[in-house]
Design a protein around this ligand. Structure first.
Ligand code: GLA
Length: 400
């Protein structure tokens, strides 16, 4: 089963605490006590691209995380180092601007910038990061860096902040500083969900529910297609604009809706002739995906894994056909997974256009699935697959 492997992985990031401290002292000086903070990644269970349409999502944290050794400085210098990427970035609170060359450091820089905008006096800081969340695997390592950085700054300044506010600081950092016009799914899930829970969220009013949940003999298997997500920023932004255009067209046609998510499934047929065919497909995905999340919420409480798997499948078909955020390789991988043992359903994880799929798997060790799928996929695409079995993980906090 996947459990042994999961337990090993869980220890993985924490096993690097000593190394983060060593780098911090070695690179940025011996003076000053450091403390450790962490935040998990997330996996979306259903609700693909519904968040920026004020729709519904179901997601959870994962048992992979970003850890950071951090301390305050007496000056205004901001020093960041990533143990994974072996990249150092040095700047200062006064010169804290987005810089594409700064890569990962734009996330903590964005957090510090948002805190400053919110009136928090942030001094200089040293931060060294390590993570066992695979980069580019749709497990939101970026939102986890944001959340871990925020935990560190607030913790070191001894400043309280509600979870709701924390999610928004991270979300604004991503939108304003990093420049991806994303919804709140990643940041809200990482900050508000908990181990052994699924998070249901209505992005219209941010009403959320933590549904107690354990996978028992099931687990989620994230499979990295090996296709880089270089299209994500442009295609994602395009979809955000298409949804806005569809909304504007429907308003003009007399629909008194606040967002696309206020359309009922019964209205899909009648809106067809009122929209450009591409925009219609986008709307159909959003409306049916919201419906799938509503169903999944009930199904998860009852632990009906068969129905949950079927909803994953329906979600995949809708993404691929209507939202067009799949790609050739993801389609090949999806079809191979559909024939693999124990797989109850597979959907696109996160934004899509490459990256990962996520499957709901029953009983079978992921290595059995790997053995079935890896070679045929490689033969058809020339790419290597990576498999990450995940379970739910702890909420962000300080490591004491
Ligand atoms: C990315 C974004 C999220 C969400 C998903 C798609 O992960 O960061 O806000 O829109 O894509 O559901």
């Amino acid at each position: 089963m996947a459990e042994k492997n999961l337990a090993d992985k869980e220890k993985n990031a924490r096993a690097h605490l000593g190394e983060t401290l060593f780098e911090l002292r070695n690179r940025f000086g011996k003076k000053g006590e450091a403390r450790f903070f962490r935040a998990p990644g997330r996996v979306d269970w259903l609700g693909s691209h519904t968040d920026y349409n004020q729709g519904l999502i179901l997601a959870s944290t994962v048992n992979r995380e970003i850890i950071v050794a951090a301390r305050l400085r007496p000056d205004k210098a901001l020093n960041f180092y990533s143990l994974n990427l072996k990249q150092a970035v040095n700047t200062s609170v006064d010169k804290n601007k987005p810089d594409p060359k700064h890569g990962f450091a734009n996330y903590p820089k964005g957090i510090i910038n948002e805190l400053c905008q919110a009136g928090v006096k942030v001094p200089g800081m040293d931060m060294v990061f390590y993570g066992d969340i695979p980069i580019g695997a749709n497990l939101s390592s970026s939102a986890a860096i944001e959340a871990a950085s925020l935990e560190a700054v607030l913790g070191l300044l001894d400043r309280p902040m509600t979870r709701w506010e924390r999610a928004f600081i991270c979300w604004r950092a991503e939108n304003n500083f990093v420049g991806l016009p994303c919804g709140i799914l990643d940041q809200f899930t990482i900050i508000n969900s908990k181990k052994d829970c699924a998070l249901y969220l209505d992005c219209d009013n941010l009403a959320s529910e933590l549904i107690p949940f354990t996978f028992d003999r099931f687990y989620l298997l994230v499979i990295d297609s090996g296709v880089g997500r270089h299209l994500v920023k442009s295609e994602y932004t395009k979809r955000v604009h298409e949804c806005r255009a569809a909304y504007t067209a429907l308003r003009k046609a007399g629909y008194k809706i606040k967002s696309l998510s206020q359309l009922a499934p019964e209205q899909i047929k009648e809106i067809g002739p009122k929209l450009d065919p591409v925009l219609f497909k986008r709307v159909r995905h959003i409306v049916t995906e919201n419906q799938r999340v509503s169903l999944a919420r009930k199904v998860v409480s009852k632990k009906d894994f068969h129905k949950l798997g079927a909803l994953f499948e329906a979600g995949y078909q809708s993404s691929s056909r209507d939202y067009e955020n799949s790609c050739k390789e993801l389609d090949i991988l999806h079809d191979l997974m559909a024939k693999a043992p124990g797989v109850m359903g597979t959907r696109i994880a996160g934004a899509g256009w490459g990256g990962c799929l996520v499957s709901l798997v029953k009983k079978v060790d992921f290595r059995e699935i790997e053995a079935r799928v890896k070679k045929p996929y490689q033969k058809k695409t020339g790419r290597e697959l990576r498999f990450f079995p995940v379970e739910t993980g702890d909420a962000p906090g300080e490591i004491i």
